[in-house]
Design a binder for this molecule. Structure first.
Ligand SMILES: Cc1cc2nc3c(=O)[nH]c(=O)nc-3n(C[C@H](O)[C@H](O)[C@H](O)COP(=O)(O)OP(=O)(O)OC[C@H]3O[C@@H](n4cnc5c(N)ncnc54)[C@H](O)[C@@H]3O)c2cc1C
Length: 486
């Protein structure tokens, strides 16, 4: 068994890491603050040939596999670029896969070189307001009219739609058959015709540098030659892009964790309290070591998932059976790989901004901390303004965030310290972030955790005292009245 990377994989890690680190943390802060697409970052990656990492060499790419793409995206995230850096590059790697695998030769010659050079900016239109995980529920419809398809419908969460010039679009070309719900959808690689597509930006906190949008498609005409693969089989073609993408998203989360851990370790070494660096204390050192072990384990799981995915013995295809067309055998083999990648996802990430330069975290800072962690499903973030005032936010990106006080009383933490953050304000910032970035959460009932100093019972209140006095006076009056009665 050999866990070593090949020489060329080591080179990829080194070169991508070096290139990504030429873009500082301040660069990402600024891009996120201004919600500005990182065009110069993408251009640097295009100029150095990285955008075409998985595109075959005959179309100008490097023809490498998922493992190499995973290593590249890990290094981008580990540089501190977070989701703002990996999303744009990621978009050149996975959405084009169905084109590479199922596109016609003419289509590949026409479009793939532009993707490699970065001239073609792609959007990916699958999710709809009522069809996320259950893709079979999409209602965007393509009707054949002569030699063209005419598309009408609506998509949501469409990344890059502000400046895309092509879109990989999934539309229904026949009604949903409950017996075969995933059939009857077709993939198109269409011109992003802004006469027929209206784009509405989704405002969000986090990954603000990369736009998310709703798009409204009104009679978009697509020529027959822009159909990708077989009509009615679009969902199956899409899986070739979605499955490896899951592996890569897992390792992106690991990269973000590495960046967080690096900063934490650096701070633990620099911060001196009671004449020694705080990292000498076990309560600081052990969680850092634990985080490193988890990151290493998660990285190994992701790379194993990539290796399983690329194993040639899994690559033959199943044919048509009595139950209808089967998923390719490779697809059926993937859940194991997928689970491994998701385990990578699920690791806890910890980032302490406590006295690490975020002296007074404001709302954008909090959002940024979360944005930099949003590749991880479970998040534990500590935010603070001084050693006497800090709060912990923990929870899951999917389920929302809860806030905990780590120690001490609310009185001390939130009322007597003028530099402290008001709890309600921070809670709201987190909730707004979670709501804005995760559209499906409309159904979630947001429960604001009631973290307040317990109030005295009502019997201790002035109202209770007065009520008691009135009751006693009433009783005396009644007694006198009763005595005086003849
Ligand atoms: C920042 C961002 C960028 C995105 N970019 C794009 C893009 O460019 N193009 C695009 O097409 N889409 C994009 N998406 C959409 C993304 O692919 C969807 O959010 C995703 O497919 C999930 O769909 P949903 O949000 O509607 O979740 P839902 O389908 O509503 O699911 C909600 C939750 O319930 C869980 N769930 C549902 N059913 C089950 C079940 N049977 N068993 C267990 N759990 C279940 C899901 O796993 C999920 O956690 C983006 C999303 C985000 C947040």
């Amino acid at each position: 068994m050999d866990f070593a990377l090949t020489e060329s994989q080591e080179v990829i890690k080194k070169e991508v890491g070096a290139l990504a680190r030429t873009f500082s943390l301040d660069y990402w802060l600024e891009k996120d603050d201004r919600a500005e697409y990182p065009s110069d970052f993408v251009k640097a990656f295009a100029d150095n040939g990285w955008l075409g990492i998985t595109i075959p060499e005959e179309y100008g790419g490097a023809g490498l596999g998922v493992t190499e793409a995973a290593l590249m995206l890990h290094e981008i995230c580990a540089s501190g670029a977070g989701t703002s850096g990996c999303s744009p590059i990621h978009f050149y790697v996975f959405p084009p896969t169905p084109l590479v695998k199922y596109g016609t030769e003419a289509m590949k010659r026409k479009y793939l070189p532009g993707i490699v050079s970065g001239e073609t900016v792609m959007a990916f239109g699958v999710t709809e307001p009522n069809a996320g995980t259950d893709t079979s529920r999409i209602t965007t419809r393509a009707e054949k009219k002569g030699d063209r398809w005419v598309v009408n419908g609506r998509k949501v969460w469409t990344t890059n739609a502000q400046h895309a010039n092509r879109i990989l679009l999934l539309a229904r070309t026949s009604d949903r058959d409950p017996a075969k719900p995933l059939k009857g959808m077709t993939l198109f690689f269409a011109d992003f015709d802004r006469e027929a597509i209206t784009v509405r930006l989704i405002h969000k906190l986090g990954r603000a540098a990369v736009d998310s949008n709703e798009i409204f498609i009104d009679n978009l005409e697509i020529p027959e030659e822009d159909v990708v693969g077989t009509v009615g089989e679009g969902f199956y073609h899409l899986l070739d892009s979605l499955n490896p993408e899951r592996i890569v998203i897992g390792i992106e989360a690991v990269g973000i964790g590495r960046a967080a851990l690096d900063r934490a370790v650096q701070y633990a070494k620099e911060r001196v309290v009671f004449d020694r660096p705080i990292g000498k204390n076990q309560a600081i050192a052990h969680p850092l070591a634990h985080a490193m072990a988890q990151l290493d384990a998660a990285e190994m799981m992701c790379l194993k998932a990539a290796w399983l995915f690329e194993d040639p013995s899994l690559q033959d295809r199943a044919g048509v059976t009595a139950d209808g067309p089967q998923l390719p055998r490779r697809t059926r083999a993937r859940p194991a790989a997928l689970v491994l990648a998701l385990r990578g996802f699920a690791m806890d990430l910890m980032l302490s901004t406590h006295d690490t330069g975020y002296e007074r975290p404001d709302e954008p800072t909090i959002a940024k901390v979360l944005a930099s962690l949003d590749g991880g499903r479970n998040v534990l973030a500590t935010l603070g303004t001084s050693d006497a005032s800090y709060i912990q936010a923990s929870g899951s990106v999917q389920a929302g965030f809860g806030l905990d006080l780590q120690e001490g009383s609310i009185e001390r933490r939130f009322r007597t310290r003028d530099r402290a953050l008001p709890l309600a304000w921070v809670t709201e910032a987190f909730q707004r972030y979670a709501r804005a970035d995760l559209g499906w959460r409309d159904q979630v009932e947001w429960e604001q955790e009631r973290i307040v100093v317990p109030r005295d019972s009502w019997t201790n209140s002035w109202a209770a005292y007065i009520a008691l006095m009135v009751a006693v006076a009433g009783a005396i009056w009644l007694w006198h009245t009763w005595r005086a009665a003849p």
